[in-house]
Design a protein around this ligand. Structure first.
Ligand code: KG4
Ligand code: ZN
Length: 311
């Protein structure tokens, strides 16, 4: 990464195959796989970037939020390399990374901006007045959007990972044939657990009668409810703050309907940036970008692992 904007190499090892047979992420396996893969991944990344470790000015590692075992492996390896290579090391907030993924997509993008971060564990509306500063103005009371998609996918008999599978199935369904409630809390709060229960009851009522077509309709209806609920609050936040830059990011921002509808909802009130698909889901480039700007704004950050780190 150069200047927090230009990616020299971004190598991703997906653990999808590892976890697929268990129908979800197994934390111990995830951490062990991190430990086994990291050294080789780092070598490959430097090789692809065409640089050596002498060329590095700064090392960065995610300190949270995330799975404790995985974070510990990352920080352990990063601290070892920092000592061995005599290079400074900074800790990075994973959520900041998702916002900075948008800066990689649009090198001229600068705060102030309004962000909607939708991932496996978060559905947060944040204001970013300047680099390294974030203020949460809305969040979920219960499930995150990604978690809701993953659980719905499991109910519909789709495997892991659920979000992308539900996205694919929804493309073939008609939501109006299986209407589901649209969650709506006052203010800028989200809630997806009622919608999840509604899907569960609908499937129970349909029993063996839920054929492929009905499942596709339900997937499309569930997706529509989540997406419209996410965007209803984004719309309200936009009206309230008058921001002229909007970022929608995180793994769920890879969703087909969300990408299309976000552009329509934001319209010409603000400029919308959604990272390309491979920068929406977790990746190292976004962490490097966040590190660059965080260190410029606030100096080196601690690397203490914090699985429930907040903004
Ligand atoms: O940001 P991310 O890669 O990891 C976390 O930080 O959690 O987000 C992962 C989440 C998962 O819940 C996954 O199902 C969801 O993003 N996701 C999607 C899609 N692609 C990934 N949800 C809906 N539609 C998609 N196309
Ligand atoms: Zn993430």
């Amino acid at each position: 990464m150069v200047d927090g904007r230009r990616v020299l190499a971004n190598v991703i090892h997906s653990q999808v195959d590892l976890h697929a047979e268990f129908g979800g992420v197994v934390p111990e396996l995830a951490a062990r796989d991190h430990l086994e893969r990291l050294p080789h991944l780092l070598d490959t990344t430097l090789e692809r970037a065409g640089i050596g470790h002498d060329d590095l000015d700064l090392l960065a590692v995610t300190r949270g939020p995330g799975l404790a075992g995985c974070l510990l492996v990352g920080v352990g390896v990063a601290e070892g390399l920092s000592a061995a290579w005599s290079r400074p090391l900074t800790g990075v907030n994973h959520l900041w990374g998702h916002i900075y993924a948008a800066m990689l997509a649009r090198p001229d993008l600068e705060p102030p901006l309004l962000g909607l971060v939708v991932s496996g564990a978060h559905s947060d509306l944040v204001l970013m007045p300047e680099h390294g500063h974030f203020e949460v103005i809305g969040r979920t009371r219960d499930d995150a959007a990604g978690e809701a998609f993953d659980k719905a996918a499991r109910m519909l008999g789709l495997g892991y990972p659920g979000g992308p599978a539900l996205d694919r199935l929804a493309r073939t369904g008609r939501p109006e044939r299986q209407p589901l409630p649209r969650p709506s809390l006052p203010g800028l709060e989200y809630s997806f657990s009622g919608l999840k229960t509604a899907l569960l009851y609908r499937l129970r009522d349909l029993g063996d009668g839920a054929g492929p077509e009905q499942r596709a309709d339900l997937a499309a209806s569930f997706e529509q409810s989540v997406v419209e609920s996410l965007l209803e609050k984004l719309d309200a936040a936009l009206a309230r703050t008058g921001c002229t830059e909007v970022v929608v990011c995180g793994g769920v921002a890879a969703n087909t309907l969300l990408r299309r509808r976000a552009a329509e909802v934001v319209g010409d009130r603000a400029r919308l940036t959604m990272p390309p698909l491979d920068l929406c889901t977790d990746n190292a480039a976004m962490i490097a970008a966040a590190a660059h700007f965080a260190v410029k704004a606030k100096g080196l950050q601690p690397t203490t692992v914090d699985p429930s780190l907040n903004w």
